[in-house]
Design a protein. Structure first.
Length: 560
């Protein structure tokens, strides 16, 4: 009896050693990523709730401690498959400069290690807390921007509809609501994103403690999405209605912040009411067993000391009877996982992945005279430059001899490593009230780097009586790209093979004047693009970055 107690104690020590070693290796590998997560991403107003996620997860795991102890630990070799996949995601995120990929990689490794050490049955017991861990990680920038924009537009539409229902005159243009006596702009902070995700998390936690059928829990979680959108729209409508009575103070300062807190608490109360109604309409049989709770007991009974389903004898505690050092450095899956983590750590710190930053030629010297185009330079507020993480930029309004204009904008990034990435115009133009009548890619008769006709994103937009046509594309180290997925793939590949992630966004916009049709604007943009491309080669590096680099742009096509 005494010998068994000593062996069991040694086994517990071994488990703690395994957890400590794996934790230290993960912290060393993801040090920069986790530092950015805590100090940068969690400080963003939309994601400061993330500080509470880990305590919530730890509490939910602790609440399941008895069911977790009742299930035997059966280390699994199958967990190595997602573990290796997680390491692959680490390198994809490390080289492509995408923090979100790093976050998912970290989560996959944590879940895989739990599966590897404890087995699938124990992992199922804590499956919900493990899934909630995903809420610690902010959405990728392009998805966050797009979701924020769509939520702003949807909340604005519903808010204006509520104002009309109340009897208040309101007109919406994009995310700007004109009330006649004032204008309200639905900014990112009012998109509802900072209520949507926390409310979903609250609904999931409620579902964890809700006794009953799974469909009830799912209904509560799913209902959190429309509830969040509706209550945020109600907040916007209330702001417009009360603005006429109390003035600007209802849209700023304490009242604005208080209304956000009140709306969230109101949504929380609605979820509680929903649970009460569901239990009243669909009462549960008290004698019916809780499948979530009993599942652990049934599985514990199904795995005895005789075997774990794969021929490996285990006890209910998972102790396999090993003694000495082998009890500490076990199971063998642990050794494999540690070797893979050590290899990843050694490569990440030992291999030279430092970027080769191209030589700098400031866009402040970009010429104002290009062919038969003359321009005037514009500037951007510094806060927007910092928000966009720009290395350099240029905005010039060019005018041809006929007085027709083209707005030219270039955003340049000398590095697109983690935390810095290009923002596509597709996610910001609709917010200004512009409606995309036509959008997609188009091939234009302008030579690209390889001399072939260039493919660009094309958007024909309208706002009221005003129309405009836009081209935009992404010059990336000798390539012309048109979508965000290509950007990430080639950034990863070039970081791996060239140690370069520099790139740019080029956008040109021209009005469609009343005296012309879209075809005229199309010819104007193509002629301007052909004229500006040879100049861009001196400011946006191509395949090579040495001072005498080859001119990959061909001669422009003559004006039509």
């Amino acid at each position: 009896m005494h010998e068994g107690d000593g062996s069991l104690k040694l086994h517990k020590v071994g488990l703690l050693v395994n957890i400590a070693v794996a934790s230290v290796l993960l912290l060393l590998i993801y040090y920069d990523t986790l530092l950015w997560l805590v100090l940068k991403d969690w400080n963003r107003p939309d994601y400061n709730y993330c500080y509470l996620i880990l305590p919530i997860v730890l509490y939910l795991v602790w609440e399941r401690r008895e069911r977790l102890a009742a299930v035997p630990s059966v280390p699994s070799w199958l967990a190595i498959v997602p573990f290796v996949f997680g390491l692959g995601l680490f390198w994809l995120g490390e080289l492509s400069g995408e923090f979100f990929t790093q976050y998912i990689s970290f989560w996959v490794l944590v879940a895989s290690l739990c599966w590897l050490f404890m087995g699938w049955r124990k992992l199922k017991v804590i499956g919900v807390p493990i899934m909630i861990l995903l809420a610690m990680f902010p959405l990728p920038n392009f998805l966050n921007t797009k979701l924020t924009l769509n939520l702003k537009l949807l909340s604005s539409q519903l808010g204006v509809w509520m104002m009309h229902t109340y009897g208040l005159s309101a007109f919406r243009e994009g995310n700007v609501i004109d009330l006649g006596f004032t204008q309200l702009q639905v900014v990112d902070a009012c998109s509802g994103l900072r209520y949507l995700i926390p409310l979903i998390i609250v609904a999931i936690v409620m579902g964890c403690f809700l006794k009953g059928r799974f469909w009830k829990k799912a209904a509560v979680v799913v209902s959190a999405v429309p509830l969040s959108i509706l209550t945020n729209s109600l907040r916007i409508a209330a702001t417009g209605i009360l603005y006429e009575i109390w003035g600007a103070k209802v849209a700023e300062g304490f009242f604005h912040g208080f209304s956000g807190w009140f709306i969230f608490m109101f949504s929380f109360a609605v979820l509680l009411l929903e649970i009460w109604v569901l239990n009243k309409i669909f009462p549960e049989n008290d004698r019916r067993r809780d499948p979530e709770k009993d599942g652990g007991e049934e599985e514990a009974e199904g795995v005895s000391e005789e075997g774990a389903g794969d021929g490996t004898p285990v006890s209910k505690t998972g102790h396999d009877g090993k003694k000495g050092v082998s009890a500490v450095f076990s199971p063998p899956q642990f050794v494999v996982a540690v070797l893979l983590l050590l290899g990843t750590l050694g490569l990440s710190y030992g291999v030279e992945f430092r970027e080769k930053i191209p030589p700098d030629k400031s866009f402040s010297r970009f010429p104002l005279e290009v062919g038969n185009w003359s321009g005037s330079r514009e500037s951007m507020e510094q806060k927007f430059v910092e928000t966009l993480d720009l290395s350099d930029y240029v905005i010039i309004d060019y005018r041809n001899q006929r007085g027709k204009t083209v707005n030219f904008y270039v955003a340049y990034y000398e590095s697109q490593r983690k935390g810095e990435s290009i923002h596509s115009p597709a996610t910001c133009l609709p917010g200004g009230g512009w409606i995309f009548k036509e959008a997609g890619t188009a091939t234009i008769p302008v030579p690209a780097y390889d001399g072939q006709p260039m493919e660009v994103n094309r958007a024909f937009m309208q706002k009221g009586a005003y129309k405009q046509l836009s081209y935009y594309w992404f010059p990336q180290r000798g390539r012309i790209l048109t979508n965000a997925y290509e950007l990430k793939i080639f950034t990863f590949w070039d970081a791996l093979t060239k140690q370069r992630t520099d790139g740019a966004l080029v956008r040109v916009i021209t009005p469609v004047y009343e005296s012309e049709d879209v075809a005229d604007a199309e010819r104007r943009l193509q002629n301007f693009t052909a004229a500006i491309n040879p100049v861009l080669k001196d400011y946006i590096p191509g395949k090579t970055i040495h001072p005498g680099r080859k001119n990959f742009y061909k001669a422009p096509i003559p004006p039509q």
